[in-house]
Design a protein around this ligand. Structure first.
Ligand SMILES: [Zn+2]
Length: 386
Protein backbone atom coordinates (compact mmCIF):
# COMPACT_ATOMS: atom_id res chain seq x y z
CA UNK A 1 0.00 0.00 0.00
CA UNK A 2 1.35 3.43 -0.86
CA UNK A 3 2.35 5.78 1.93
CA UNK A 4 -0.20 8.26 0.71
CA UNK A 5 -3.08 5.78 0.91
CA UNK A 6 -1.85 4.63 4.30
CA UNK A 7 -1.95 8.23 5.58
CA UNK A 8 -5.39 8.74 4.04
CA UNK A 9 -6.75 5.68 5.84
CA UNK A 10 -5.27 6.89 9.12
CA UNK A 11 -6.93 10.28 8.62
CA UNK A 12 -10.20 8.61 7.62
CA UNK A 13 -10.11 6.51 10.78
CA UNK A 14 -9.68 9.67 12.86
CA UNK A 15 -12.48 11.51 11.05
CA UNK A 16 -14.93 8.58 11.31
CA UNK A 17 -14.22 8.27 15.05
CA UNK A 18 -15.94 11.64 15.66
CA UNK A 19 -19.70 11.12 15.88
CA UNK A 20 -20.74 14.06 13.73
CA UNK A 21 -24.34 12.99 13.15
CA UNK A 22 -26.11 16.23 12.15
CA UNK A 23 -27.89 16.60 15.51
CA UNK A 24 -24.53 16.44 17.35
CA UNK A 25 -21.81 19.07 17.52
CA UNK A 26 -19.01 18.79 14.96
CA UNK A 27 -16.61 20.97 16.98
CA UNK A 28 -14.30 18.13 18.06
CA UNK A 29 -13.74 17.20 14.41
CA UNK A 30 -13.23 20.85 13.41
CA UNK A 31 -10.66 21.28 16.22
CA UNK A 32 -8.86 18.18 15.03
CA UNK A 33 -8.71 19.42 11.42
CA UNK A 34 -7.64 22.91 12.49
CA UNK A 35 -4.85 21.42 14.61
CA UNK A 36 -3.79 19.10 11.78
CA UNK A 37 -3.59 22.01 9.32
CA UNK A 38 -1.76 24.20 11.80
CA UNK A 39 0.92 21.50 12.15
CA UNK A 40 1.39 21.75 8.37
CA UNK A 41 1.80 25.51 8.76
CA UNK A 42 -1.67 26.51 7.52
CA UNK A 43 -3.99 28.80 9.49
CA UNK A 44 -7.60 27.79 9.07
CA UNK A 45 -10.53 30.03 9.97
CA UNK A 46 -13.30 28.49 12.06
CA UNK A 47 -16.74 30.00 11.37
CA UNK A 48 -19.15 29.18 14.20
CA UNK A 49 -22.93 29.07 14.15
CA UNK A 50 -24.68 31.64 16.36
CA UNK A 51 -24.89 29.21 19.34
CA UNK A 52 -21.19 28.24 18.91
CA UNK A 53 -22.19 24.58 18.91
CA UNK A 54 -21.11 23.83 15.35
CA UNK A 55 -18.70 25.32 12.86
CA UNK A 56 -17.46 25.49 9.30
CA UNK A 57 -13.77 25.59 8.54
CA UNK A 58 -12.04 27.34 5.68
CA UNK A 59 -8.39 27.58 4.74
CA UNK A 60 -6.59 29.22 1.83
CA UNK A 61 -3.24 27.66 0.94
CA UNK A 62 -0.81 29.52 -1.30
CA UNK A 63 -1.00 33.07 -2.64
CA UNK A 64 -4.21 34.88 -1.79
CA UNK A 65 -4.99 35.84 -5.38
CA UNK A 66 -8.10 35.48 -7.51
CA UNK A 67 -8.71 32.06 -8.99
CA UNK A 68 -7.62 28.69 -7.75
CA UNK A 69 -9.75 25.80 -6.64
CA UNK A 70 -11.95 25.25 -3.61
CA UNK A 71 -12.33 21.68 -2.35
CA UNK A 72 -15.68 21.47 -0.59
CA UNK A 73 -16.93 18.84 1.83
CA UNK A 74 -19.36 18.49 4.69
CA UNK A 75 -18.41 17.13 8.10
CA UNK A 76 -21.80 15.83 9.27
CA UNK A 77 -23.16 12.35 8.68
CA UNK A 78 -26.64 10.82 8.73
CA UNK A 79 -27.84 8.96 11.85
CA UNK A 80 -27.39 5.23 12.45
CA UNK A 81 -30.70 5.07 14.38
CA UNK A 82 -32.82 2.12 13.36
CA UNK A 83 -30.06 0.64 11.20
CA UNK A 84 -28.49 -2.73 11.87
CA UNK A 85 -24.70 -2.48 11.55
CA UNK A 86 -22.34 -5.47 11.36
CA UNK A 87 -19.34 -3.16 11.82
CA UNK A 88 -18.72 -0.46 14.43
CA UNK A 89 -20.07 2.70 12.74
CA UNK A 90 -17.70 5.16 14.43
CA UNK A 91 -14.38 3.51 13.77
CA UNK A 92 -12.82 2.33 10.53
CA UNK A 93 -12.84 -1.39 9.74
CA UNK A 94 -10.67 -2.49 6.82
CA UNK A 95 -11.73 -5.69 5.11
CA UNK A 96 -10.04 -6.53 1.82
CA UNK A 97 -10.71 -3.57 -0.48
CA UNK A 98 -13.45 -2.05 1.65
CA UNK A 99 -13.27 0.51 4.45
CA UNK A 100 -16.41 0.38 6.63
CA UNK A 101 -17.73 3.17 8.86
CA UNK A 102 -20.41 5.89 8.97
CA UNK A 103 -19.40 8.69 6.62
CA UNK A 104 -16.67 6.78 4.78
CA UNK A 105 -18.47 7.42 1.50
CA UNK A 106 -20.60 10.45 2.44
CA UNK A 107 -18.16 12.17 2.70
CA UNK A 108 -15.28 11.79 5.12
CA UNK A 109 -13.38 9.71 2.55
CA UNK A 110 -13.08 12.80 0.37
CA UNK A 111 -12.11 14.99 3.33
CA UNK A 112 -9.41 12.48 4.33
CA UNK A 113 -8.00 12.55 0.77
CA UNK A 114 -7.94 16.39 0.86
CA UNK A 115 -6.10 16.44 4.19
CA UNK A 116 -3.62 13.78 3.01
CA UNK A 117 -2.76 15.68 -0.16
CA UNK A 118 -2.51 19.03 1.65
CA UNK A 119 0.36 17.63 3.73
CA UNK A 120 2.34 17.20 0.49
CA UNK A 121 1.84 20.72 -0.85
CA UNK A 122 4.73 23.12 -1.18
CA UNK A 123 2.85 26.42 -0.81
CA UNK A 124 5.75 28.37 -2.32
CA UNK A 125 5.17 26.60 -5.63
CA UNK A 126 1.45 27.43 -5.84
CA UNK A 127 0.68 30.07 -8.46
CA UNK A 128 -3.01 29.99 -7.54
CA UNK A 129 -4.48 29.07 -4.16
CA UNK A 130 -5.99 25.81 -3.04
CA UNK A 131 -8.94 26.40 -0.74
CA UNK A 132 -10.57 23.86 1.54
CA UNK A 133 -14.07 24.50 2.88
CA UNK A 134 -15.74 22.15 5.37
CA UNK A 135 -19.34 22.72 6.40
CA UNK A 136 -21.78 21.42 9.03
CA UNK A 137 -25.47 20.45 8.73
CA UNK A 138 -25.33 19.62 5.04
CA UNK A 139 -27.39 16.48 5.53
CA UNK A 140 -30.29 18.43 7.02
CA UNK A 141 -30.60 20.76 4.01
CA UNK A 142 -27.29 22.58 3.39
CA UNK A 143 -27.85 24.77 6.45
CA UNK A 144 -24.30 25.37 7.69
CA UNK A 145 -22.59 26.35 4.47
CA UNK A 146 -24.32 29.76 4.39
CA UNK A 147 -21.78 31.21 6.87
CA UNK A 148 -18.98 29.93 4.67
CA UNK A 149 -20.61 31.70 1.73
CA UNK A 150 -20.82 34.96 3.64
CA UNK A 151 -17.13 34.59 4.49
CA UNK A 152 -16.16 33.97 0.84
CA UNK A 153 -18.37 36.81 -0.37
CA UNK A 154 -16.50 39.20 1.96
CA UNK A 155 -13.07 38.15 0.58
CA UNK A 156 -11.37 40.41 -1.97
CA UNK A 157 -10.54 37.32 -4.06
CA UNK A 158 -12.53 34.19 -4.76
CA UNK A 159 -11.73 30.71 -6.08
CA UNK A 160 -12.66 30.05 -9.68
CA UNK A 161 -13.79 26.45 -9.32
CA UNK A 162 -15.52 24.61 -6.50
CA UNK A 163 -15.08 20.86 -6.47
CA UNK A 164 -17.73 19.29 -4.24
CA UNK A 165 -16.47 15.83 -3.29
CA UNK A 166 -19.83 14.12 -2.77
CA UNK A 167 -19.75 10.46 -3.81
CA UNK A 168 -20.05 10.14 -7.60
CA UNK A 169 -17.65 7.20 -8.10
CA UNK A 170 -15.19 9.89 -9.27
CA UNK A 171 -17.28 10.76 -12.31
CA UNK A 172 -17.82 14.50 -12.84
CA UNK A 173 -21.40 15.58 -12.26
CA UNK A 174 -22.72 18.82 -13.77
CA UNK A 175 -26.32 18.76 -12.61
CA UNK A 176 -28.63 18.08 -9.72
CA UNK A 177 -32.06 19.19 -8.60
CA UNK A 178 -32.83 21.98 -6.16
CA UNK A 179 -34.89 21.52 -3.03
CA UNK A 180 -37.35 23.41 -0.86
CA UNK A 181 -38.46 21.80 2.40
CA UNK A 182 -41.54 23.30 4.06
CA UNK A 183 -43.38 22.78 7.34
CA UNK A 184 -47.10 23.39 7.15
CA UNK A 185 -49.11 24.02 10.31
CA UNK A 186 -52.90 23.93 10.26
CA UNK A 187 -54.70 25.51 13.19
CA UNK A 188 -58.35 24.44 13.54
CA UNK A 189 -60.90 24.45 16.35
CA UNK A 190 -61.52 21.52 18.68
CA UNK A 191 -64.89 20.23 19.87
CA UNK A 192 -66.56 16.96 20.86
CA UNK A 193 -66.62 14.65 17.87
CA UNK A 194 -70.37 14.21 18.23
CA UNK A 195 -70.72 17.84 17.11
CA UNK A 196 -68.29 18.00 14.17
CA UNK A 197 -70.03 20.96 12.46
CA UNK A 198 -69.07 23.12 15.46
CA UNK A 199 -65.36 22.45 15.04
CA UNK A 200 -62.72 22.95 12.36
CA UNK A 201 -60.94 19.68 11.73
CA UNK A 202 -57.26 20.52 11.25
CA UNK A 203 -56.37 17.04 9.99
CA UNK A 204 -59.04 17.14 7.32
CA UNK A 205 -57.92 20.57 6.10
CA UNK A 206 -54.34 19.28 6.02
CA UNK A 207 -55.60 16.34 3.96
CA UNK A 208 -57.16 18.75 1.45
CA UNK A 209 -53.85 20.55 1.15
CA UNK A 210 -52.01 17.27 0.65
CA UNK A 211 -54.51 16.30 -2.04
CA UNK A 212 -53.77 19.64 -3.75
CA UNK A 213 -50.03 18.81 -3.56
CA UNK A 214 -50.65 15.48 -5.33
CA UNK A 215 -52.58 17.27 -8.07
CA UNK A 216 -49.67 19.71 -8.49
CA UNK A 217 -47.26 16.84 -8.90
CA UNK A 218 -49.24 15.49 -11.87
CA UNK A 219 -48.59 18.79 -13.67
CA UNK A 220 -44.87 18.68 -12.83
CA UNK A 221 -44.55 15.25 -14.48
CA UNK A 222 -45.52 16.86 -17.80
CA UNK A 223 -42.48 19.18 -17.68
CA UNK A 224 -39.72 16.57 -17.90
CA UNK A 225 -35.97 16.56 -18.44
CA UNK A 226 -34.52 13.16 -19.30
CA UNK A 227 -31.09 14.03 -17.92
CA UNK A 228 -32.51 13.57 -14.43
CA UNK A 229 -33.84 10.56 -12.56
CA UNK A 230 -36.76 10.83 -12.11
CA UNK A 231 -36.96 13.15 -15.15
CA UNK A 232 -39.27 15.71 -13.52
CA UNK A 233 -39.70 17.72 -10.33
CA UNK A 234 -41.28 15.85 -7.44
CA UNK A 235 -43.39 16.76 -4.43
CA UNK A 236 -43.61 14.62 -1.34
CA UNK A 237 -45.04 14.75 2.19
CA UNK A 238 -42.66 13.02 4.60
CA UNK A 239 -44.14 13.41 8.10
CA UNK A 240 -47.51 14.30 9.56
CA UNK A 241 -48.87 14.61 13.07
CA UNK A 242 -52.06 15.83 14.70
CA UNK A 243 -55.02 14.87 16.81
CA UNK A 244 -55.41 13.87 20.48
CA UNK A 245 -58.21 11.29 20.51
CA UNK A 246 -60.84 9.91 18.18
CA UNK A 247 -63.65 11.63 20.03
CA UNK A 248 -62.12 15.12 19.70
CA UNK A 249 -62.19 17.14 16.49
CA UNK A 250 -58.46 17.98 16.17
CA UNK A 251 -57.41 21.62 16.46
CA UNK A 252 -53.91 21.13 15.07
CA UNK A 253 -52.12 19.26 12.31
CA UNK A 254 -48.59 19.64 11.03
CA UNK A 255 -46.84 18.07 8.06
CA UNK A 256 -43.42 18.45 6.43
CA UNK A 257 -43.09 18.35 2.68
CA UNK A 258 -40.46 18.88 0.06
CA UNK A 259 -40.20 19.92 -3.54
CA UNK A 260 -37.22 18.62 -5.50
CA UNK A 261 -37.15 20.63 -8.69
CA UNK A 262 -35.32 20.58 -11.99
CA UNK A 263 -32.56 23.23 -12.00
CA UNK A 264 -34.14 25.11 -14.92
CA UNK A 265 -37.44 25.46 -13.03
CA UNK A 266 -38.33 27.98 -10.36
CA UNK A 267 -39.60 26.59 -7.05
CA UNK A 268 -41.68 29.69 -6.31
CA UNK A 269 -44.39 28.82 -8.83
CA UNK A 270 -45.26 25.60 -7.01
CA UNK A 271 -44.79 26.99 -3.50
CA UNK A 272 -46.82 30.11 -4.26
CA UNK A 273 -49.71 28.13 -5.73
CA UNK A 274 -49.84 26.00 -2.58
CA UNK A 275 -49.85 29.07 -0.33
CA UNK A 276 -52.48 30.77 -2.50
CA UNK A 277 -54.73 27.71 -2.37
CA UNK A 278 -54.40 27.61 1.44
CA UNK A 279 -55.01 31.33 1.93
CA UNK A 280 -57.80 31.83 -0.61
CA UNK A 281 -59.62 28.50 -0.72
CA UNK A 282 -59.24 27.01 2.75
CA UNK A 283 -58.57 29.68 5.39
CA UNK A 284 -61.69 31.81 4.62
CA UNK A 285 -63.93 28.74 5.04
CA UNK A 286 -62.19 27.76 8.29
CA UNK A 287 -62.58 31.30 9.66
CA UNK A 288 -66.31 31.24 9.14
CA UNK A 289 -66.32 28.95 12.17
CA UNK A 290 -63.47 30.53 14.15
CA UNK A 291 -61.38 33.63 13.49
CA UNK A 292 -58.32 31.94 15.08
CA UNK A 293 -58.04 29.29 12.38
CA UNK A 294 -55.00 29.55 10.17
CA UNK A 295 -52.61 27.76 7.83
CA UNK A 296 -48.96 28.75 7.94
CA UNK A 297 -45.81 27.66 6.12
CA UNK A 298 -42.22 27.76 7.28
CA UNK A 299 -39.20 27.04 5.09
CA UNK A 300 -37.04 24.39 6.78
CA UNK A 301 -34.33 24.25 4.13
CA UNK A 302 -33.74 25.38 0.58
CA UNK A 303 -30.92 25.14 -1.90
CA UNK A 304 -30.81 25.76 -5.63
CA UNK A 305 -30.28 23.16 -8.31
CA UNK A 306 -27.12 22.92 -10.36
CA UNK A 307 -26.72 22.76 -14.09
CA UNK A 308 -23.48 23.49 -15.86
CA UNK A 309 -23.06 23.52 -19.64
CA UNK A 310 -21.18 20.44 -20.87
CA UNK A 311 -18.69 22.66 -22.73
CA UNK A 312 -17.70 24.70 -19.64
CA UNK A 313 -13.86 24.67 -19.73
CA UNK A 314 -13.51 23.51 -16.10
CA UNK A 315 -15.87 20.63 -16.74
CA UNK A 316 -13.92 19.60 -19.84
CA UNK A 317 -10.72 19.81 -17.80
CA UNK A 318 -12.14 17.66 -15.03
CA UNK A 319 -13.45 15.09 -17.53
CA UNK A 320 -9.94 14.85 -19.00
CA UNK A 321 -8.36 14.45 -15.56
CA UNK A 322 -10.79 11.69 -14.57
CA UNK A 323 -10.80 9.94 -17.99
CA UNK A 324 -14.52 10.30 -18.61
CA UNK A 325 -15.96 11.52 -21.90
CA UNK A 326 -19.25 12.91 -20.57
CA UNK A 327 -20.58 14.29 -17.30
CA UNK A 328 -23.76 13.03 -15.69
CA UNK A 329 -26.41 14.21 -13.24
CA UNK A 330 -27.39 12.93 -9.80
CA UNK A 331 -30.69 12.85 -7.98
CA UNK A 332 -29.43 14.01 -4.59
CA UNK A 333 -28.71 17.66 -3.84
CA UNK A 334 -25.37 19.17 -2.84
CA UNK A 335 -23.83 22.46 -1.76
CA UNK A 336 -22.68 22.87 -5.38
CA UNK A 337 -25.88 24.66 -6.39
CA UNK A 338 -25.24 27.33 -3.73
CA UNK A 339 -21.61 27.84 -4.80
CA UNK A 340 -22.67 28.03 -8.43
CA UNK A 341 -25.33 30.62 -7.54
CA UNK A 342 -22.64 32.72 -5.83
CA UNK A 343 -20.61 32.84 -9.03
CA UNK A 344 -18.10 30.01 -8.51
CA UNK A 345 -18.20 27.30 -11.19
CA UNK A 346 -19.20 24.13 -9.35
CA UNK A 347 -18.73 20.50 -10.24
CA UNK A 348 -19.51 17.46 -8.12
CA UNK A 349 -16.90 14.71 -8.20
CA UNK A 350 -15.85 12.52 -5.31
CA UNK A 351 -14.94 9.00 -4.22
CA UNK A 352 -17.46 6.31 -3.33
CA UNK A 353 -21.00 5.74 -4.46
CA UNK A 354 -24.24 7.07 -2.98
CA UNK A 355 -25.44 3.47 -3.33
CA UNK A 356 -23.43 2.92 -0.12
CA UNK A 357 -24.21 6.29 1.50
CA UNK A 358 -26.81 6.66 4.27
CA UNK A 359 -27.02 2.86 4.67
CA UNK A 360 -25.93 0.43 7.40
CA UNK A 361 -22.41 -0.91 6.83
CA UNK A 362 -21.55 2.14 4.72
CA UNK A 363 -18.19 1.61 3.08
CA UNK A 364 -15.79 3.06 0.55
CA UNK A 365 -13.44 1.08 -1.65
CA UNK A 366 -9.73 1.77 -1.37
CA UNK A 367 -9.53 2.15 -5.12
CA UNK A 368 -11.97 5.07 -4.94
CA UNK A 369 -9.65 6.79 -2.48
CA UNK A 370 -6.69 6.08 -4.79
CA UNK A 371 -8.54 7.64 -7.73
CA UNK A 372 -9.48 10.66 -5.66
CA UNK A 373 -5.87 11.14 -4.51
CA UNK A 374 -4.77 10.96 -8.15
CA UNK A 375 -7.26 13.68 -9.14
CA UNK A 376 -6.21 15.89 -6.23
CA UNK A 377 -2.55 15.43 -7.25
CA UNK A 378 -3.45 16.63 -10.75
CA UNK A 379 -5.24 19.62 -9.28
CA UNK A 380 -2.18 20.56 -7.21
CA UNK A 381 0.10 20.21 -10.26
CA UNK A 382 -2.30 22.46 -12.18
CA UNK A 383 -2.13 25.07 -9.40
CA UNK A 384 1.69 24.85 -9.47
CA UNK A 385 1.66 25.65 -13.20
CA UNK A 386 -0.81 28.52 -13.47
ZN1 LIG B 1 -23.10 14.15 1.44
Amino acid sequence: MSDRLQRTLQLLNNLVSFDTTSQESNLALIDYVQDYLSKQGFDAEVLYNSQKTKANLVVCIGPRVAGGILLSGHTDVVPIDGQHWNYPPFSLTLEDERCYGRGTTDMKGFVACCLAIISEIDPQQLKKPLWLGLSYDEEVGCLGVHELHDYLAAQPVKPELCLVGEPTSMRPVNGHKGKVALRCQVKGKECHSAYTPQGVNAIQYAARLIHFILEQEKQLIEKGDLRFDPPFSTLHVGTISGGEALNIVPNFCQFDMELRYLPQQSPSEVVDSLKTYAQHQLVPVMREMSADCDISFKTLAAYPGLYLDEMTPWLQQLLAWTNFSTAHTVSFGTEGGLYQASGITSIICGPGSMAQGHKPDEYIEKDQLRQCLKLLERIICHLYEK
